[in-house]
Design a protein around this ligand. Structure first.
Ligand code: HAM
Length: 427
């Protein structure tokens, strides 16, 4: 019996820098650590603290938070009953769980903005394909308490800066406003009336959405739907004063920050909680699943989930897609070799010396390994070279007698005798 991971999920594994850069390089642990490191550093610069919520929640929370009309709730959730008969769901996204946690832990205060970030797995039963997985990982941030368009601009700036810091190019930022609930209600009515006139020509998916979530038809990639969409009313004609002011101020702030953007009237995003600002950043090097990250404002969600009436905004970005774009653009860093120095003891007494020496060096903070095999020196050196270990210390009979090691710099082959207590300062 051969066991494989279930479809749509993958392992993150320690490929060394010796691995040829293959299509699977994005699964290398060192790259995940690098993206996470940059994300954490950025989060603290922008004033966000880390929050960790459980990977499963009560199903009701997600139905209510993400919305019954969304694809996520209607067909993508991993829902199960626990032994106590409760319906639980593996979290498909981070926003609703984070809002639940902030309310439950009483971390929200009127007049104050609470800013948190998270990094972790999300679960969606999607058709698996390149760039789309059943367990994916997000870096997400949520800022709760600030109604200002400057907050939206700051979040967009943060997401854009994250990608730029990681070396990504070829980015496009799309923004839109889907207005206040009142704007959306009027627009929805106009859209339904319009689509009814074209109902017979709509794709099956879009027909189903007509009742459940007509705004999502705007996202359709179906060529037939797209022709119809070209004639559809756009939301901008339904904007009220509040929506207009918020959206035009956001654009001014992005201009101030010199962040280029395109207004995309068809951008609505797939989660029901958004209002006013929505945004997405895509990469030209990702193929069909080209959305690197996205987010927006969700002013009604906190009160919907039983908290105070507070405005909020945030974003989430998929770490898989970031890494795949970095690899496609050849900006992914190489792995540092995990070990700085390999000790090679040649005999019994030398093994004792190696054991003590590696303990001392590790205490001093060096990453050390010892080759405990009893193979020929040549074989052991060849292995060290394949593993890209920069230094090797050979301890043979002579070295043992004199209290030294033969310290070899693998890149140059240069070797010299170094007393045991001076090895560290020679690395
Ligand atoms: P989302 O657009 O559903 O938003 O997901 C955010 C990002 O996660 C996407 O842009 C994409 O990079 C990645 N992603 C989503 N699904 C998959 C998948 N199946 N496989 C690989 N990557 C995927 C949210 O989840 C919102 N909670 C974001 C947010 C936070 N809005 C406000 N605050």
């Amino acid at each position: 019996m051969e066991y494989k991971a279930p479809p749509g999920v993958f392992d993150i594994v320690p490929h060394g820098q010796q691995e040829p850069s293959s299509k699977e390089t994005w699964r290398s642990t060192h790259l995940w650590q690098e993206v996470e490191r940059v994300a954490r550093t950025l989060a603290s610069r922008y004033g966000f603290s880390e929050i960790r919520t459980p990977i499963f929640e009560k199903t009701e929370l997600l139905c209510r938070g993400v919305g019954e009309g969304s694809d996520i709730v209607s067909k993508e959730m991993y829902t199960f009953e626990d032994r106590g008969g409760r319906s639980l769901t593996l979290r498909p996204e981070g926003t609703a769980p984070v809002v639940r946690a902030l309310i439950e832990n009483q971390l929200l205060h009127q007049g104050k903005t609470t800013k948190v970030f998270y990094i972790g797995p999300m679960f969606r039963y999607e058709r698996s394909q390149a760039g789309r997985y059943r367990q994916h990982h997000q870096f997400g941030v949520e800022a709760i308490g600030c109604p200002a368009p400057e907050q939206d601009a700051e979040l967009i700036d943060m997401l854009y800066t994250l990608y730029r810091t990681l070396g990504l190019k070829n980015l496009s930022l799309y923004i839109n406003s889907i207005g206040t609930p009142a704007v959306r209600k009027n627009y929805r009515e106009a859209l339904v009336a319009f689509f009814r006139q074209h109902e017979t020509s709509l794709s099956t998916d879009s027909k189903a959405r007509l009742e459940r979530n007509p705004l999502r038809i705007l996202d359709s990639k179906d060529p037939g739907d797209q022709k119809i969409l070209a004639q559809a009313p756009t939301i901008h004609h339904f904007f009220d004063e509040e929506t207009n002011t918020h959206f035009s101020t956001l654009q001014k702030r992005l201009d101030t920050l010199k962040i280029p953007y395109t207004i995309s009237p068809l951008l609505v995003r797939g989660l029901d909680y958004y209002n006013k600002t929505v945004f997405e950043i895509t990469s030209g090097d990702l193929g069909a699943q080209n959305s690197l990250g996205g987010g927006g404002r969700y002013d009604g969600l906190v009160s919907l989930l039983g908290g105070p009436d507070m405005p909020a905004a945030g974003f989430g970005t998929g770490i898989e897609r970031i890494l795949q774009a970095m690899i496609a653009q050849q900006v992914a860093p190489c792995a540092l070799p995990p070990v700085r120095l390999l000790l090679i003891p040649m005999g019994e007494a030398e093994r004792q010396t190696a054991l003590l020496l590696q303990q001392t060096l590790r205490t001093q903070g060096y990453a050390i390994d010892t080759d405990w095999s009893e193979r020929k020196l040549g074989k052991r050196l060849a292995d060290a070279s394949t593993a890209h270990i920069p230094w090797v210390a050979i301890i043979g009979d002579n070295e043992q007698q004199q209290g030294v090691v033969s310290l070899k710099e693998m890149a140059t082959g240069a070797t010299r005798l170094v007393p045991w207590h001076e090895v560290a300062q020679n690395l």
